[in-house]
Design a protein around this ligand. Structure first.
Ligand code: ATP
Ligand code: MG
Length: 407
C-alpha cells in the first residue's frame, strides 16, 4: 500500500492581500492564544474547519489551532489549560465563553508495508486502523496527516498569510472533497473519514472526488470496527448538523445508513417510500428547519422513530414465542431493541430515557386510537403529525412520565 508521504504537493503561500480572511472574523480568545504562542517563540497557525468556512464566507463553528509547542509546554504557558484525548493528545485552553483546542503538529509515524516499522507510540490494528497517533512532527507532515485538502489550509499569525500544502484552495474553489494521500489507506487508518466526507459534502454542497468516493462502497463495512461511542457522536453530527436530509441521502447512496442502524436494514427500499423512510425524511426536514431557526432539538425523537418498527417486530415475536400479553412483550422489547442498537451506537443514558418515554407514549396513542388491542399488532402507527409535536414537548418536560407509568 502506498505511503501518504509520497503525495506531497507544491506549497502555495497566499499573502494577506490575496485572501479574504480578516482578524475581525477570528474570535478574540483565538487571537490571544495565537499571539501568546508566537510571543513564546513557537509557530502557531489556525487550521481546519475555521479556515475552510471563512474562505467560503461562512461563520466558523469553532477555531482549531496547531503549533510546534508540545502539550506539556502549553500547559506551562497557559494557566487555563488542560490536556485531553487518548488517541490525539490535545491542549484545551479554557476561557469564560469559549474553549480553544490546540494540537501539536502531528508526524507521519508509520509505513503500511509492514507493521514492524511502526514506532512505539503508534499502534495499527489488523485492518490498518490507527489506534494511537501521538508522534509530533513538522507542519509539512501535519498537513499530510489531515483528512481532506479543504481542511488542511493554515493561517499564519506571523504575517497573516495562508499556507496550502495540498491544493486545498483549488479544491475549495471547485467544490471538491478530496482525501489527502492514498484514499484506501486513509479510510483504513480511520473509517470515520468516510462519514466526514459525507458530512462535508452535504453541509458544503460539494462533490466527493472519484478517487475519494470509490473506496467508500467497498470499505464502509470497516465502520463496524469504530467504537460505538465515537460512532454515536459522528451520527449526531451527521443528522443534527442542520443538513440532515442531504446527509441522509448520501448515507443511503453509500449504504451506510443501514450500517449505522442495522435493525432497519429490511425497511430500506429503492423507492425510499416505506413508512419508516417517509417518517425519517419528514423528521429530518423538521430537524433541519428547527436548527436553522437556532431551536434546540432532542435527538431522542428521531431514534425512537427509526427504531419503532424493529420494536414492534420484536414485540410480535415475543408474543408468539413467550405467549405473553402485548404490553409485557412491548416493554421487554424496548430493552432488547435499545441493547441491540447500542452495539453500533452507544446512545447515552439520558437519550435512552427519552426514547423509552416516546415509545410508551406511542403505545398509549395507538391504544386509544384502536378499539381492539390486537389492532396494535397489525397497524401500529408512529405518530409524527403536528399534535405529536405537543406531546413531544411534554415528554421533554417530563410531564407525562408519572401518568404513563400507571398505564
Ligand atoms: P467542523 O468543526 O465544522 O465540523 P472541522 O473540519 O473543523 O469541521 P473538526 O472535527 O473540528 O472538523 O477537526 C478539525 C480538523 O482536524 C479538521 O479540519 C481536519 O484538518 C482534522 N481532522 C479531524 N478529524 C480528522 C480525522 N479523522 N482524520 C484526519 N484529520 C482530521
Ligand atoms: Mg472544527
Amino acid at each position: 500500500m502506498e505511503n501518504t508521504l509520497k503525495n506531497y504537493y507544491q506549497l502555495k503561500i497566499i499573502p494577506r492581500t490575496k485572501h479574504s480572511i480578516s482578524r475581525k472574523k477570528i474570535s478574540n480568545n483565538t487571537l490571544k492564544v495565537l499571539y501568546s504562542l508566537k510571543k513564546a517563540g513557537y509557530e502557531a497557525y489556525l487550521v481546519g474547519g475555521s479556515i475552510r468556512d471563512m474562505l467560503l464566507g461562512k461563520q466558523p463553528k469553532d477555531f482549531d489551532i496547531t503549533t510546534n509547542a508540545t502539550p506539556e509546554k502549553m500547559r506551562k504557558l497557559f494557566r487555563n489549560c488542560i490536556l485531553v484525548g487518548r488517541r490525539f493528545r490535545l491542549a484545551r485552553i479554557i476561557f469564560f465563553s469559549e474553549i480553544i483546542e490546540v494540537a501539536t503538529f502531528r508526524g507521519n509515524n508509520f509505513t503500511f508495508e509492514s507493521n514492524k516499522n511502526i514506532k512505539d507510540t503508534s499502534i495499527i490494528s489488523k485492518h490498518g486502523m490507527l489506534l494511537q497517533d501521538n508522534i509530533f512532527g513538522s507542519i509539512e507532515e501535519d498537513a499530510q496527516r489531515r483528512d481532506f485538502s479543504i481542511n488542511s489550509i493554515y493561517y499564519n499569525i506571523v504575517d497573516f498569510s495562508l499556507r496550502d500544502y495540498t491544493e486545498g484552495i483549488k479544491d475549495l474553489q471547485q467544490g471538491t472533497i478530496r482525501l489527502i494521500g492514498d484514499p484506501e489507506t486513509r479510510y483504513r487508518e480511520d473509517p470515520v473519514r468516510m462519514l466526514r466526507a459525507i458530512r462535508f459534502a452535504a453541509k458544503l454542497n460539494m462533490t466527493i472526488s472519484y478517487e475519494t468516493e470509490e473506496p467508500i462502497f467497498r470499505l464502509s463495512i470497516l465502520l463496524n470496527n469504530v467504537a460505538p461511542t465515537r460512532l454515536f457522536e459522528e451520527t449526531l453530527k451527521l443528522l443534527y448538523g442542520g443538513y440532515g436530509k442531504a446527509t441522509y441521502k448520501l448515507l443511503r447512496k453509500y449504504k451506510i445508513f443501514q450500517l449505522i442502524f442495522p435493525l432497519i436494514r429490511n425497511h430500506i427500499t429503492n423507492s425510499n417510500e416505506s413508512y419508516i423512510e417517509l417518517i425519517i425524511n419528514k423528521e429530518l426536514c423538521h430537524i433541519d428547519q428547527q436548527l436553522q431557526k437556532n431551536i434546540k432539538v432532542n435527538p431522542a425523537f428521531l431514534f425512537a422513530a427509526i427504531l419503532w418498527y424493529p420494536l414492534l417486530e420484536d414485540t410480535k415475536k415475543l408474543i408468539f414465542e413467550k405467549k405473553i400479553s402485548y404490553s409485557n412483550a412491548f416493554f421487554l422489547s424496548i430493552n432488547n431493541i435499545i441493547n441491540k442498537q447500542c452495539h453500533t451506537l452507544a446512545i447515552p443514558k439520558k437519550i435512552i430515557f427519552y426514547i423509552k418515554e416516546i415509545w410508551k407514549l406511542q403505545l398509549s396513542m395507538n391504544y386509544y386510537s384502536s378499539k381492539n388491542n390486537s389492532n396494535l399488532i397489525e397497524h401500529p402507527k408512529f405518530y409524527i403529525d403536528y399534535d405529536f409535536l405537543n406531546l413531544r414537548a411534554k415528554v421533554a418536560n417530563n410531564i407525562e412520565v408519572q401518568q404513563l407509568s400507571k398505564l
